[in-house]
Design a protein around this ligand. Sequence first.
Ligand code: FAD
Ligand code: SF4
Length: 328
Amino acid sequence: MTPFAFARAADTADAVRRGRVPGAKYLGGGTNLVDLMRVAVEHPAMLVDVTGLPDTIEERPDGSLLIGAAATNTAVAGHRAVRTRLPVLARAIAAGASAQIRNMATVGGNILQRTRCAYFYDHEGARCNKRTPGQGCDAIDGFNRMHAILGASAHCVATHPSDMCVALAALDAVVHLQDTGGSRTVPLADFHLLPEDHPERETVLRPGELITAVEIPALPFAMRSDYRKVRDRASYAFALVSVAAALDVQDGIVRDVRLALGGVAHKPWRAFTAERLLKGRPASEVLFTAAAAAELADARPLRDNAFKAELARRAIVAVLGSLAGKRS
Ligand SMILES: Cc1cc2nc3c(=O)[nH]c(=O)nc-3n(C[C@H](O)[C@H](O)[C@H](O)COP(=O)(O)OP(=O)(O)OC[C@H]3O[C@@H](n4cnc5c(N)ncnc54)[C@H](O)[C@@H]3O)c2cc1C
Ligand code: SF4
């Protein structure tokens, strides 16, 4: 591992001041960053530990939640308001990693965790445009069973690995950012980028910018929400496909819906096409099937992952069907 400096941020202002140093990276629980340093994919000159920054989960009068970026995944999934009002988020987090990792992992770090593409990790043996821009991508003609079917490019076919972010995308979450110049907010659905010609650019984050919090607006019908993760084994595996959904059905009509997919794209995939098709129509398996098909119409499978489109279609229909059958 390359030597690096280390500092513990006293507060947010101290963190962003230290984060301006060239080569500095923020350190959350370290469950992804330290692994990447060990395999020489990441080599920060300085780590700024931000685990001492705000980690509170605030229930606000308008029904929204404001979650400090240093909150652990365990704390968020176990919070009463999250479990009762946003089950999709609690279940998405609980579906990820292991209890020990969730105890360490933070909200900020989870959002910025990097792809699990095996070629990305193999810095000595594989070509990777994300790791070394312009080098080529060994996944495109390699073993690409876990890779993207939506929104990929000729330069990168990696997926975003987070479960939590799929739920946050469905819930219209907003990411709060700060640097020495001030603060701004970005909808989570716009925070991660598709690979296009520059897969090394993964988010809209500016150099030195810190995630300070995630805001989840009030969404009363999210009490009827769920997360389903399809994976190779029951625990400790990343999603082949996942579905986050919240559904509002009244008198048999879909009044409102939020739908997002994981494991299929370089970013959490908000299923806007399916949502548009669902709204205002009678809830039925036929409708859910048509909406899923419309969302996946642009799927471009690779050699080893043609099964993902059908898997995603079935998972969407199953989750919406089960939510439609539940009473709020
Ligand atoms: C064996 C294993 C299995 C896993 N399985 C799953 C799974 O099934 N599903 C899933 O979703 N995840 C899974 N994970 C990933 C895990 O969820 C992430 O490693 C974790 O969420 C990262 O959080 P962290 O706080 O440890 O981030 P770190 O490793 O500390 O940081 C990750 C990145 O975020 C940056 N960062 C951290 N905090 C901030 C901030 N506040 N502002 C700006 N930048 C910041 C860091 O600089 C770094 O680039 C798994 C991990 C492991 C090791
Ligand atoms: S898919 Fe993306 S991350 Fe994987 S090897 Fe290709 S460029 Fe790298």
